[in-house]
Design a protein around this ligand. Structure first.
Ligand code: ADP
Ligand code: MG
Length: 289
């Protein structure tokens, strides 16, 4: 690569709000055959909102929200912020908080033991989902994430949370496909929710229920056969996948760890920066060759 064409590419990139960390990144992005996208905070806004509160019989709606919000107060997951906002004021204190990455959390609230998280967490605890399981399935089909709540070892309800797509996501994915890239979605979320989001976004390939340490492994699987993979993410748990990918792309408004690990940074949260950067990378390669 000649330094001059890389500088030209980088100047144009800056105008588009894309920062290439190196000449190798500027050259490499256009060669990626697969563009894998993290779901939460990358394809979606990552600003979630509670849409449904479904207590089990004998449990109040307010009570369910209040206890769950208390348990979530020490969590850093965007789901936690949505549940806290929905509960409002008057949330009691929690103790013995323990995060279980990829599953949920445990905490003690008003002397009661709470376990909050995904269906697979409840299954791991040996709980039958029953009617709530069926309701969760219907909510997931609408792209909502179901959060189950157990109090003192008994299932007491379900809270559903929605995370709308980012404004540019559909257009960005359309453009990537037009450019000939295969687009994949990687997420820790429930399969049904992930597939509903993928359908809204126009993504055919979905890797769901991926545990936090599994995202880099998922990228490795996409690299099978030697095809080059770009991974786009925003979170702390995306750093290993950003490092494993041939080109790691971070959302500039994401966490510091993601931004520091990435080869390419999208200064705005708009995913359309990805196809723009791919086009620029290819144009630069044509200039060099
Ligand atoms: P993602 O970033 O894709 O949501 P995570 O690995 O952080 O992936 O979480 C995977 C799943 O575990 C979430 O979709 C959710 O169902 C559950 N989970 C994780 N943290 C929490 C939490 N604080 N409260 C409720 N559920 C949680
Ligand atoms: Mg994310």
């Amino acid at each position: 690569a000649t330094p001059v064409s890389i500088m030209v590419g980088s100047g144009r990139a800056a105008q588009l709000g894309v920062l290439f960390r190196s000449g190798a990144a500027l050259e490499g992005l256009g060669e990626a055959r697969v563009v894998a996208l993290d779901k939460t905070g990358t394809v979606t806004r990552g600003v979630m909102e509670v849409t449904d509160v479904l207590p089990a019989p004998g449990f109040g709606r307010e009570e369910l929200l209040r206890l769950t919000a208390a348990a979530e107060s020490a969590s850093e997951h965007p789901l936690a912020r949505a549940i806290e906002r929905a509960a409002g004021s008057g949330v009691p204190a929690a103790s013995d908080f323990e995060a279980i990455p990829g599953y949920g959390l445990r905490a003690t609230v008003e002397g009661r033991r709470l376990e909050v998280g995904a269906a697979r967490f409840m299954e791991r605890l040996g709980l039958e989902l029953g009617d709530l399981g069926a309701q969760a399935g219907a909510l997931a089909a609408q792209a909502r994430t179901p959060v189950f709540v157990a109090v003192d070892g008994g299932l007491t309800g379900l809270i559903a949370v929605a995370d709308p797509l980012r404004e540019g996501s559909v257009r960005a994915i359309e453009e990537l496909r037009r450019q000939g890239s295969e687009v994949a979605l990687i997420t820790g979320d429930t399969r049904a929710t992930a597939e509903a989001v993928a359908a809204q976004a126009g993504i055919a390939r979905v890797l769901a229920e991926v545990l936090p340490e599994g995202k880099a492994q998922a990228v490795t699987e996409l690299q099978a056969g030697g095809q080059k993979v770009a991974f786009v993410g925003d979170g702390i748990n995306d750093a290993p996948a950003l490092a494993q990918a041939d080109v790691g792309v971070a959302i500039g408004t994401g966490t510091d760890v993601a931004v520091e690990t990435a080869d390419v940074i999208l200064m705005s949260g708009d995913l359309r920066g990805v196809p723009n950067a791919v086009a620029l990378s290819r144009a630069t390669l044509r200039n060099i060759r």
